[in-house]
Write a protein that binds this ligand. Structure first.
Ligand code: HEM
Length: 138
């Protein structure tokens, strides 16, 4: 049972990370080529759908992760470290979601070059998260 929870936790984690890595790519495209109204509208639609999918994936991974942590007795300092990093990833998701809404409202986005750098930020949390859950160092 626990292994099934973990399997689906990881499936939803992978789907959520795909959203965190791909939504900024859509923002790059809006920043670069969004002057054509039909192209811009299509990119905004893709972004909105992707963001909605991300909400569902995060909800599911959270419920399963929380259930597993409850089964482990809410123990493990590594888990607190991991959750801190997860909170950072979530804040990142909220930030890019707000940028999408701002673009929809007609505000200018950061430059495409800046967005490409922003796109790499989730890695800074993802690498230590994976290491923490595998090594459980404390
Ligand atoms: C949001 C709240 C989350 C909670 C409460 C949570 C909780 C947990 C728990 C309890 C485990 C099982 C650990 C074990 O049995 O050894 C686990 C496994 C794992 N989690 Fe999460 N998690 C959350 C979010 C995330 C996120 C956002 C990621 C990645 C970005 C992630 C990546 C992983 C990985 C890679 C494993 C597999 C560890 C292993 O192979 O044992 N989790 N999680």
């Amino acid at each position: 049972m626990y292994l099934w929870l973990k399997t689906f936790h990881l499936v939803f984690v992978i789907a959520w990370m795909a959203v965190l890595f791909y939504l900024p790519r859509i923002l790059v495209n809006i920043a670069e080529g969004g002057d054509e109204p039909a192209v811009r509208a299509r990119l905004l639609l893709m972004g909105r759908r992707l963001a909605r999918f991300g909400h569902v994936m995060f909800g599911l991974l959270f419920v399963l992760g929380f259930a597993m942590w409850a089964m482990l007795g809410f123990k493990g300092a590594w888990m607190h470290a991991k959750l801190t990093l997860v909170a950072l990833l979530l804040a990142y998701g909220v930030m890019i979601g707000r940028w999408l809404k701002a673009a929809e409202a007609g505000y200018a986005l950061p430059t495409a070059k800046a967005l490409r750098w922003v796109n790499e930020l989730p890695l800074l949390a993802l690498v230590p998260i994976i290491w923490l859950v595998l090594a459980k160092p404390f």
